[in-house]
Ligand binder design. Structure first.
Ligand code: NAP
Length: 287
């Protein structure tokens, strides 16, 4: 039976350290602040927003929401976005995407201050992740996976790691973070041939696909480490990952559950990024 990699264990340690850093910022008269920017009111966004607000508030991070009507035009939105960019009381900006089709998302993303870009939307931070530079912000989910692996003592150097999924929010940047740690990374996607064999060759298998229970035990080598990034709803309306947990857990060495795995760590990483942004912007040295 595998070891269950619970996200709550990782999040608790991150939060302990964060609280000390937030206290230090408070001593300088700074309250770290994350602005959520939402256009319209998609149900998924509202659920995510609630979760983020709750997490930030428990840590003492301010989290105002700037909600705009779905009909807002480009000029108006850019003006509002730019004022958040310039506001010295705001340290991080979390823009919910995709934006409505009539808005040019790229123009907005290109204008975000990279120092406030706590979820790696801007080309500057993306380039840093791909160049292996650690001075920017990686996407929170990708970094959350790295924190889980590190917490459970999973070494990466020289390991065969397969990532299923190549999106710009998870699969690709995560592959770069793994490469930076000297893993030998294989990336799978919809055009990958013989995906089962490719996955079965991995010592560490990471699923970031968005397909409920796609990864069954045929994809997994005995005792492999299996990380499930997926957040899906199954045919019974139950939250589940990309990994068929009941099928895979008896074969894997380590496995993350869904819910309670990577997702639990992601919001803590978001908080870490806001605090780091508050330090950068106020020129307070890391300790
Ligand atoms: P996405 O943008 O839809 O990308 C999915 C990727 O999976 C694509 O690269 C796609 O390949 C690949 N893929 C889809 N079906 C496949 C198949 N049958 N075989 C092989 N590859 C396949 O999704 P995402 O934004 O990366 O999110 C992935 C999952 O992670 C979702 O369930 C999402 O809800 C979850 N997520 C979780 C967190 C968290 O905090 N835990 C955060 C963000 C996302 P192509 O490129 O060829 O189309």
């Amino acid at each position: 039976m595998s070891i269950i990699m619970k996200g709550s264990e990782v999040a608790a340690i991150i939060q302990q350290e964060l609280l000390k850093q937030i206290e230090r910022l408070n001593q300088y008269g700074i309250t770290p602040t994350l602005a959520i920017v939402r256009v319209g009111a998609r149900p998924d966004d509202l659920v995510y927003e609630l979760g983020v607000k709750k997490k930030m508030r428990t840590l003492g991070i301010k989290c105002p929401v700037f909600a705009f009507p779905e009909t807002i035009d480009q000029a108006d939105f850019e003006k509002n976005f730019s004022s958040l960019n310039l506001d010295s009381e705001i340290h991080g900006i979390l823009l919910f995407r995709p934006l409505p089709k009539h808005l040019n998302e790229k123009t907005i993303i290109d204008t975000i201050n990279p120092l406030k870009d706590i979820d790696c939307m801007s080309p500057v931070n993306i380039a840093k992740v791909f160049a292996g530079e650690e001075t920017g912000f990686a996407p929170c989910t990708a970094e959350a996976v790295m924190k889980v692996l590190n917490h459970f003592g999973i070494g990466l150097e020289g390991k065969r790691v397969t990532v299923v999924g190549r999106s710009m929010v998870v699969g690709r940047p995560l592959s770069m973070l793994l490469l930076k740690k000297n893993a030998t990374v294989t990336i799978c996607h919809t055009k990958t041939k013989d995906i089962e064999n490719t996955c079965r060759n991995a010592e560490i298998l990471i699923a970031a696909v968005g397909k409920a229970n796609m990864i069954t035990d045929h994809f997994v080598a005995p005792d492999a480490v299996v990380i499930d990034v997926g957040i899906n709803v199954d045919s019974n309306n139950k939250l589940c990952g990309d990994v068929d947990y009941d099928d895979v857990a008896p074969k894997a060495g380590f496995i993350t559950p869904v819910p309670g795995g990577v997702g639990t760590v992601t919001s803590s990483v978001l908080a870490v990024h806001v605090v780091r942004a508050a330090k950068y912007l106020n020129k307070i040295e890391e300790r």
